[in-house]
Ligand binder design. Structure first.
Ligand SMILES: Nc1ncnc2c1ncn2[C@@H]1O[C@H](COP(=O)(O)OP(=O)(O)OP(=O)(O)O)[C@@H](O)[C@H]1O
Ligand SMILES: Nc1ncnc2c1ncn2[C@@H]1O[C@H](COP(=O)(O)OP(=O)(O)OP(=O)(O)O)[C@@H](O)[C@H]1O
Lengths: 215, 215
């Protein structure tokens, strides 16, 4: 169970807090709006009314001890400060929301490990589904079906895909393989492919069938 | 090439207009803000400053002749009116943006064929990638790799997957099959599965390899 800190309870931040809490994660939240904090409070571990651009506040509230922080504030002047302070508090992983590409660049330079533009991401996905209607986004179509990125179990090494017969024996399919020292993913590898120790396997299957490989 | 009408050039509407236009689609836009219209104008077929809650305006601007309309206005009072008018103008397909579940329900009842909550969708995706980090979202991982939902070509009917040898001969893989009159998708079907005429095949592969099946 990981500890998430969410700063900013606008629509994106609130939905994120809610979803993480529903999935059993420990979620602490900050927002300067009482209303926003009040609404999320019953659903999360902790929600506090505060100004996140005060570094001492972040420290007081334990933001130096969380695993992942998400800065869900659109206004760049604010999100840049908060991101800077989280970086200085040595937060292991910082995700920041941006309104546009320029903001995204700036937040990355300040120290965000990952930047998200929610409206852009969903607009791009929608555009793709409108222009290529029978090309589907994997996850909505097959809700518990995923791809897992895993190293092979020891007893797979040195065997061919055909020998391992993963589809029948494990109900997963190797959809791609990335060899060590390559950043190219070989898609739909042939049945006679021999698995090597440092290969990164991309397995497709039902969540429960992938679990033995990902734990 | 399809004709898209976008009403509301906030962040979501603007990114959508931009992306569709970049993909060679014909895009017409309405917004009551001059600034928003000015910014998108060089990139799309047509962009007009107007109040979309006037039904005659929508008709004048040709919204009764577009293929798909996207109402990208957050404010429910506005989006409900626009959706109603588009329905009355017999727009074939209406997508509406909502801020929350209640708005989404209302817009569906008014006549939206599909409702999107952009901030929620991206929050849910982010939450999933944070909680299950080696379970991946298909599309960002393998950018030109998709799933296509297609009926089988005539010469596939009556043959087994093994016989057809799709991976080797066509560079695609049948990841799932939905039989006629069933809404259950059989995932990772066995090699001896015999394809039937009304089966819906879910093929995974590179965009260029899927093209012959989807055109
Ligand atoms: N300095 C701050 N400290 C704490 N909370 C803040 C601060 N600045 C902004 N917020 C909060 O962050 C939330 C989101 O802010 P903002 O309006 O900038 O984002 P937004 O991009 O419009 O949000 P969304 O689109 O997700 O609804 C608001 O609830 C606001 O109260
Ligand atoms: N009646 C209307 N006619 C035309 N445009 C409108 C109308 N009402 C709102 N708009 C426009 O729709 C756009 C988006 O509006 P709104 O602020 O409600 O949505 P939003 O959800 O905050 O947008 P986003 O989050 O995508 O930035 C604005 O640019 C606004 O000018």
């Amino acid at each position: 169970k990981k500890r998430f800190g969410i700063i900013g309870l606008g629509r994106f931040g609130s939905y994120l807090a809610r979803t993480l809490a529903e999935q059993g994660q420990e979620v602490i939240c900050i927002d300067r709006s009482e209303k926003a904090v009040e609404e999320i409070s019953p659903l999360v571990a902790q929600a506090v009314v505060a100004d996140a651009t005060k570094k001492e506040t972040l420290e007081h509230l334990g933001f130096h001890r969380i695993d992942t922080a998400i800065v869900a504030i659109g206004a760049l002047a604010q999100s840049v400060l908060v991101t800077l302070f989280l970086k200085e508090l040595e937060t292991p992983y910082i995700i920041a929301k941006a309104l546009n590409e320029e903001g995204a660049k700036i937040l990355s330079l300040i120290g965000a490990d990952r930047v998200i533009i929610p409206e852009k991401d969903s607009a791009v996905r929608l555009a793709r589904s409108l222009v290529m209607p029978n090309l589907l986004d994997f996850l909505p179509l097959l809700p518990d079906f995923y791809i897992a990125e895993v190293y092979p179990p020891a007893d797979f090494v040195g065997k061919t895909l055909k020998e391992l017969d993963l589809r029948k024996r494990y109900r997963v399919y190797v959809i791609g393989i990335k060899r060590a020292f390559s950043d190219k993913i070989q898609l739909l590898p042939p049945a006679d492919y021999v698995i090597e120790k440092d290969d990164l396997l991309y397995l497709v299957g039902h969540k429960k069938d992938l679990a033995p490989f990902t734990s």
